[in-house]
Ligand binder design. Structure first.
Ligand code: ZN
Length: 157
């Protein structure tokens, strides 16, 4: 009996560890502002700054080097289109891209994703850096806020 409980525990652990938010239909539908071919654009549920987006391949692969040439091209095309849309609606001039490969550099979701983070020119560098450091404590968008930013991006991309 104890043995069976242990097996069930292990199976659940495996299930928990293999959960991928970027393969979860519910999460994708909640955050998606764009989908085409083999790529998806998502609004961050906990944005560092307004317009913070995530660009992902549809296929579950862990690292950048696992992407096919076609996925790589479409991911970068979507980054470019996202930037044009965000600049149009939020009027930012600058942005930063972040993409991590491996837990040693802080990758926490093991499905390739690019963070697109826009920045307006009037903020201070210290303020911008502070946002990165305090990211774990950022507030999640509520469903109305998510709907607003999703619509704004999907109508302008
Ligand atoms: Zn995935």
């Amino acid at each position: 009996m104890l043995y069976l409980a242990f097996i069930i525990y292990l199976l659940n652990q495996k299930k928990k560890n293999s959960f991928c938010p970027f393969c979860d239909e519910k999460i994708l539908n909640y955050q998606k502002y764009f989908e085409d071919g083999n790529v998806i654009g998502l609004c961050s549920y906990k944005p560092l700054l307004r317009g913070h987006s995530l660009i992902i391949p549809k296929r579950h692969v862990e690292r950048l080097e696992d992407l096919t040439d076609s996925e790589m091209q479409n991911v970068f095309n979507l980054i470019k289109r996202t930037n044009i849309a965000v600049q149009k609606v939020l009027n930012n001039k600058s942005y930063i891209l972040i993409q991590k490969n491996g837990k040693e550099v802080g990758q926490s979701v093991f499905h390739v994703h690019f963070h697109y983070i826009p920045r307006k020119e009037n903020g201070s560098n210290f303020g911008f850096l502070t946002r990165f450091l305090t990211y774990p404590f950022k507030r999640k968008l509520n469903p109305n806020e998510m709907q607003d930013i999703k619509e704004l991006l999907s109508q302008n991309i």
